[in-house]
Design a protein around this ligand. Structure first.
Ligand code: CU
Ligand code: ZN
Length: 376
């Protein structure tokens, strides 16, 4: 390509400081170094985690930063040694990398990678430098992928090639929200046919959990949210019951326990709120129940739990990106989407130009959107 090897000037939504709205800027994007790829982002969605970052609640974040971690695009150029993709390929950037070499990546049971931000900051690329500058200042990467930039540079192992037929403005959700929710019941909880499930929080991730529970054959799926506007979509996607904690005097875990006799077989927390996490744990069967935590709590949040809840036999788990081994699984999920095995398009309530990123964030904060997709 004509731009290969050169600095590209393009648009990006930059967060200059915590608590400030994003600012649409012209940024410079350096060419990829060895083992990296430069990607033209076509579409990116707004996830709650981007808002956590803007609020200063995301662990190990550095400002200024270009947020965004749920996107899809086309390879513009590749650095030396890159073999899994070439210019023109459609790709999805991966917020959870998959280096393929660390002990976790080599473990077939694990989808964690030691290059993930909990182990290693992903604010700079692996060589500890940034590919972004703006107004003479270095700008940080976010989770190595910064999809709120029209062009972004990513380590090869934090992106994956997908089917050329995939519509990028739809499959951009597969980088985080959809895959996280859909995978939790399938990979992490291993929901059995005929079982009962409860989903705490039915935003994009929770609705994807509902879809995953249905795909796994659950016979009863209880959706729980204080925003009843989300119930119609939850029902459309497979929820059998929709309840709001505000409609009951007693704690919602007691309501769920009464509705199901002894609690659900599987409960999922897709909010990131410690009280909801405790409620989700107590809402599953005291002995055989499995509770999966999906929502990201603010950094520094602490939970206190009655040990009896676990002593009686419950299983309490967490999941990252739905338990998928990213570089193997995301292309397969895209193929399943193209075969119409599920309809993740129903999660997209708004499509906006990148210039309206702040309006998109506001829609999410006010509970008026499920997913807003931003187009460059
Ligand atoms: Cu996300
Ligand atoms: Zn790894």
């Amino acid at each position: 390509m004509a731009t290969s090897g050169k600095v590209i000037r393009c648009r990006a939504a930059v967060a200059w400081a915590v608590g400030k709205p994003l600012s649409l800027e012209e940024v410079e994007v350096a060419p990829p170094k060895a083992g990296e790829v430069r990607i033209k982002i076509v579409a990116t969605a707004i996830c709650r985690t981007d808002d956590h970052l803007l609020e200063g609640c995301f662990p190990n974040a550095d400002f200024p930063v270009i947020p965004g971690h749920e996107g899809a695009g086309i390879v513009e150029s590749v650095g030396e040694g890159v073999t899994s993709m070439k210019p023109g390929d459609k790709v999805i950037p991966l917020p959870l990398p998959h280096c393929g070499e660390c002990s976790f990546c080599l473990n077939p049971e694990s989808n964690y990678c030691l290059k993930y931000h909990v182990s290693e900051s992903q604010n700079l690329l692996p060589d500890k430098t940034s590919r972004f500058t703006c107004k003479g200042k270095q700008i940080h990467h976010f989770l190595w992928i910064s999809t709120f930039a029209e062009y972004t540079v990513i380590p090869e192992y934090a992106a994956v090639k997908i089917d050329a037929a995939a519509p990028l403005d739809k499959v951009c959700l597969f980088g985080c929200g959809f895959s996280t929710g859909y995978g939790a019941p399938i990979n992490t909880a291993k929901v059995k046919p005929g079982s009962t499930c409860a989903v705490f929080g039915v935003g994009a991730v929770g609705l994807s959990v509902v879809m995953g529970c249905k795909a796994a054959g659950a016979s009863r799926i209880i959706a729980i949210d204080i925003n009843k506007d989300k119930f119609a979509k939850a029902k459309e996607l497979g929820a059998t019951d929709c309840i709001s904690p505000r409609d009951f005097k007693k704690p919602i875990q007691e309501v769920v326990t009464e509705m199901t006799g002894h609690g659900v077989d599987y409960s999922f927390e897709a909010i990131g709120d410690v009280d909801s996490m405790t409620a989700a744990l107590a809402a599953c069967n005291m002995n055989t129940g499995v509770c999966v935590m999906i929502g990201v709590a603010a950094s520094g949040a602490v939970m206190s739990v009655d040990p009896m809840l676990l002593l009686s036999g419950r299983t309490w788990k967490g999941t990252l990106l739905g338990g998928w081994k990213m570089r193997e699984s995301i292309p397969k999920l895209v193929s399943s989407y193209l075969e119409k095995k599920f309809n993740s398009d129903l999660l997209i309530t708004h499509t906006l130009p990148i210039a309206e990123v702040n309006e998109g964030l506001e829609l999410l904060r006010q509970g008026k959107s499920i997913r807003s997709v931003l187009l460059f």
